[in-house]
Every structure is written in C-alpha cells, then in structure tokens.
Ligand binder design. Structure first.
Ligand code: ZN
Length: 279
C-alpha cells in the first residue's frame, strides 16, 4: 500500500490539514510520521490529535522529547516554545483529552523498521527522526557530503538498505556514494529504489520547511509492484521495478498560522516570519 511519510509538523495545523487533504485526494490510505509533531507552532493540541487519528504510528522527535522531558541543546527561542507548548498541553481542561495526548506522546518510539517485503533485505526500511546513529538528535546535512564524508560513511553503516529521516527540514536523497539530490534534481521529483545503492531519504518538513520553498513537504513511498497514484492535477510518477519515493509540496494558509504565532508572546516572531520564506 503506498504510504505517505510526513515529519516535522511543529504545531502548524494549517500546514498539516492541507497535507492530509492532499494525501486523501490522491487516494493514499496509509500515513506515518517521523516526529516533531509539536514545538514552535501555535496548535500543538490539534496537531497531536490529528496525528493520533490519521497516522499508523509516529516517532519521537527532539522537540516532542523537549516538551515531554527536557529541551536539550535548544536555542532560547526553541526552549521558550517548548515550555509554552507544555503549558498549552497542561491547560487542556478535559482530563481525559489531556491524559490521552500525554499518553500518546509518551509512547512514541525513536526507531521503527517499517517492513521487509520480498526476499532478503532488499527493502529493509529504517525510520528515525534524526539519524540511524543518534535517532533523536543527530542532523544529516546536505553539506556533509562535502564536509563530512566520514560521518556519512559511519551513518550509512547503520543503514541496511533504505532509511527515512526528517529533522533538518531539508528534503532530498542521500546515497552512499556519498551524494545528495534535492527533489528538484530528480525526474518527476521521484527517486527510484535501486539494488545497487543505499539511500537515506529526508522527507522535509510539513510545518516549517527550510529549503527556501515555503510550501509544506512530504513524500509518498511506493514498494515493488505498487501502482503510482495520480496527483490532484493528474500527473503520475514513473516508478522503477523496486518502487520509489515521490516528493510532494503543498501550499497552505501561511498567513493564518503566522498570525496565531505572533499573538502568543512566548513564541518568537521569527517563527512566523520564517514560514513565508521557507527557511
Ligand atoms: Zn523539526
């Protein structure tokens, strides 16, 4: 079954709702989340509820961890947002609703091996928020291809075949060459899985993209034999025999989310401004 993989919603309900509508319109029935549901954005309660209701499962990101436990290595803006988010979760007057959200967040895993259809480990799919080495906190940056090839080699040692990550909010594909391909450099924004190379796929961010494209980012993963689904405008990606991953962007009401952020003193205005620029 084609699977939509979302990440880094960061309490941005406008972006999440637009992405869920796009996923539904394409006929994708299964959704998973790589974490950072909350932190930064103005609608943490609604975002937790939407993820809980719509996703098969979610991972724990560093911001989910920061809100639940402690904001480790956060800058002052991120720390203030984490404490505000915790207050917002605590302020829920309905005991049952509050308990359910905390229970859901408390049970998030840091690492899931998604599934291994077919023979051997051809499609061993590892899912983490940050990196296979340090699932919650390590960043894998496009620059690492040039500046830290040893780091990438160590990271790839922990990847059997395919790995999905979020965390940097920059979508694209790392191969074990090592190389990095932004979605715009891929035909039809689609990467086809290959027997001959390992790949770490960053799905980008729903709620706070940082690749200078302000639209919400997510991917649709297809495994061997699954048929490509058409976009709302009718295009279909061309998939190889091993399946592949299609990168998708979705416009949403940035203005509405930014207004809410600016009305909350504990959330820095920069968190609103950056949404318009996608950085
Ligand atoms: Zn994040």
């Amino acid at each position: 079954m084609p699977t939509a993989i979302i990440s880094d919603v960061h309490g941005n309900a406008e972006a999440l709702q637009a992405v869920l509508a796009d996923i539904r319109q394409r006929g994708v029935k299964r959704i998973i989340s790589l974490g950072d549901i909350i932190g930064y954005g103005p609608d943490p309660l609604l975002c937790v509820d939407l993820i809980r209701e719509n996703c098969d499962w979610s991972l724990m990101g560093n911001h989910d961890f920061g809100v639940l436990y402690e904001p480790t290595n956060f800058n002052p803006g991120a720390e203030s947002a984490a404490f505000w988010t915790r207050e917002a979760l605590d302020a829920e007057p309905d005991d049952e609703a509050r308990r359910k959200r905390y229970e859901f967040l408390g049970k998030l895993r840091v690492r899931v091996v998604e599934r291994t259809p077919g023979p051997g480990d051809r499609l061993h799919v590892l899912c983490v928020h940050g990196s296979p080495r340090r699932p919650i906190n390590e960043y894998i940056f496009p620059d690492d291809v040039q500046s830290a090839p040893d780091k990438l080699a160590t990271v790839f040692e922990r990847v059997t075949r395919t790995c999905f990550v979020g965390h940097t909010h920059v979508p694209g594909v790392f191969t074990d060459e090592p190389d990095f391909y932004p979605p715009g450099e891929l035909t039809d924004q689609t990467y086809n899985f290959m027997d001959t190379e390992k790949a770490i796929i960053n799905v980008g961010s729903v709620g706070q993209p940082r690749d200078l494209d302000p639209r919400a980012s997510y991917v649709i993963a297809y495994y061997p034999g699954e048929d490509a689904l058409a976009s709302p405008s009718g295009d279909k990606p061309k998939l190889g025999s091993m399946g592949g991953v299609q990168f998708v962007r979705v416009a949403y009401d940035i203005e509405a989310c930014a207004k809410k952020i600016k009305a909350i003193p504990q959330l820095s205005d920069w968190l609103a401004d950056r949404l318009f620029e996608g950085r």
